[in-house]
Design a protein around this ligand. Structure first.
Ligand SMILES: O=P(O)(O)OC[C@H]1O[C@H](O)[C@H](O)[C@@H](O)[C@@H]1O
Length: 505
């Protein structure tokens, strides 16, 4: 970390346990408070998992609103890096990060402070201002309700213990892998069905299910606690459904939203489930490119209260980052609200009930994502170029589609997603290739911006089913025809030499 250049204070989470949502909250609260906006710097814990170009330390968080830096800033920083001739480093004595307090140093630029603070306290305070902790506590301490939280040895563990156990009365045994470890205990801290194996099996979704009755509710976090996965007993909630369900229930179940939602937003590849909720509830709706930074402007302008991404990110305008623990508290609030009469007697309304009722009301968006990781970068580019070229003739596209599956509807529109930010007017091009079908189905192809080796192709497949009698199918079965079309249309195997994706979500 570099000192100098106007940096006067560095905040350090005690023991290095600073989660990404806590960083975002602290920037909004503290950096502004002492008048030194945008001059603060943060030391992050080893639990932060650097993703790729948009997740660089320092760059990501050095924004006044506490959110990820917009493209204009990161482009400018990149340009500046090309002309850097020297940089200064601070040769400071070690600071004890286990003890709360401020240590001051004098450098050649003047005084420089390092403040070690308890970031969990700040964060708990924020969560208490959003949720009704009393009603969540009633749920979590009810003998009818069982709960399990897996931090995958990331930094969320420290926050989970404080919030779920100490504040809300959950049993300590409901915490899984909640001791933060620099190497994540050898695992991969990605909250999905592939990597959160222990939780998945405890929730009765694994291959080797034990005889023990799974908990009613389960959730997992990623390494820096900004993403989440929500599970019910033997039931997976897709991130796209999760944000739709939170948005549909927020006003009733979460005090922070009781005056109504300003609007909702999703990233382009996230399912259109949220669109249907927005339309039904008459809410402003925005579709932005992949990347949380695009939500920030909407929130700063008072246009968006709740947003989410298919990549397991869910959040609100309480901060400018996705927030894994917030999402769990949002779900617990909904469960507490739906069960407020049932905790004494009566049948518990489960996670699965909530999701199925949501589908019955709004229809279901069957959804799956295929990831092809570490594909030859040249081949991936060629596949994308081929798909763009193909878009110029919809009749050719439809000929190919009906040749693969005659039971799939017609492509009515195809394009490369482009976004004009309604606030600052900036334009983001080449944000993914879309094929939109007459019945509302979508096929989307994107190159990942965070993959570390070669290229990662992401294929998102979605189909809308309005008929309540048909919303209960297995999602891979329901999507099989569209999957066949996607693979055939893109010549996936020909371009990538892969007969199967690396990960299916
Ligand atoms: O580009 P991808 O690999 O699909 O990753 C997309 C994700 O990248 C980062 O993690 C951003 O913080 C997320 O907001 C975004 O959804």
């Amino acid at each position: 970390m570099a000192a100098g250049n106007g940096v006067r204070r560095v905040w350090v989470g005690q023991n290095g346990l600073l989660s990404t949502p806590a960083v975002s909250a602290v920037i909004r609260e503290r950096v502004g408070v002492d008048g030194s906006r945008a001059t603060g710097a943060f030391i992050l814990t080893a639990s932060h998992n650097p993703g790729g170009p948009n997740e660089d330390f320092g760059i990501k968080y050095n924004m006044e609103n506490g959110g990820p830096a917009p493209e204009g800033i990161t482009d400018q920083i990149y340009e500046n890096t090309k002309t850097i001739k020297e940089y200064l480093t601070a040769d400071l004595p070690d600071v004890d990060i286990t003890a709360i307090g401020v240590t001051s140093f004098s450098g050649h630029d003047g005084q420089f402070d390092v403040e070690v603070f308890d970031s969990a306290s700040d964060y708990v305070k924020l969560m208490k201002s959003i949720f009704d902790f009393e009603s969540i506590q009633k749920l979590l301490t009810s003998p009818k309700f069982t709960f399990c939280y897996d931090a995958l040895h990331g930094v969320a563990g420290a926050y989970a213990k404080r919030i779920f156990v100490e504040e809300l009365g959950a049993q300590e045994s409901s915490l899984l892998n909640c001791v933060p470890k620099e190497d994540f205990g050898g695992g991969h801290p990605d909250p999905n069905l592939t990597y959160a194996k222990e939780l998945v099996s405890r929730m009765g979704l694994g291959k080797s299910n034990s005889e023990v009755e799974p908990p009613e509710f389960g959730a997992a976090a990623d390494g820096d606690a900004d993403r989440n996965m929500i599970l019910g007993k033997r039931f997976f909630v897709t991130p796209s459904d999760s944000v739709s369900i939170i948005a549909a229930n927020a006003v009733e179940a979460i005090p922070y939203f009781s005056a109504g939602l300003k609007g909702v937003a999703r990233s382009m590849p996230t399912s259109s489930g949220l669109d249907v909720v927005a339309k039904n509830l008459n809410l402003k709706f925005f579709e932005v490119p992949t990347g949380w930074k695009f939500f920030g402007n909407l929130m700063d302008a008072g246009l968006c209260s709740i947003c989410g991404e298919e990549s397991f990110g869910t959040g609100s305008d309480h901060i400018r980052e996705k927030d894994g623990i917030w999402a769990v508290l949002a779900w617990l609030s909904i469960l507490a609200y739906k069960n407020k009469e049932n905790l004494g007697g009566g049948e518990l309304v489960t996670v699965e009930d909530i999701v199925r009722n949501h589908w019955a009301t709004y229809g279901r968006h069957y959804y799956t994502r295929y990831d092809y990781e570490n594909v030859d970068a040249g081949a991936a580019k060629e596949l994308m170029a081929y798909l763009v070229k193909l878009q110029s003739s919809l009749s050719e596209v439809n000929e190919i589609v009906s040749g693969i599956r005659s039971d799939v509807s017609k492509v009515v529109h195809a394009d490369e997603f482009e976004y004009k930010d309604p606030i600052d007017g900036s334009i983001s091009k080449h944000q993914g290739i879309r094929y939109l079908f007459e019945d509302g189905s979508r096929l989307i192809f994107r190159l990942s911006g965070t993959g570390s080796e070669g290229a990662t192709i992401r294929l998102y497949i979605e189909q809308y089913e309005k008929d309540p009698s048909k919303t209960g199918r297995d999602s891979q079965d329901a999507l099989a025809p569209l999957v066949a079309v996607a693979l055939g249309l893109s010549k996936m195997q020909q371009f990538t030499a892969r007969s199967a994706p690396t990960v299916i979500t």
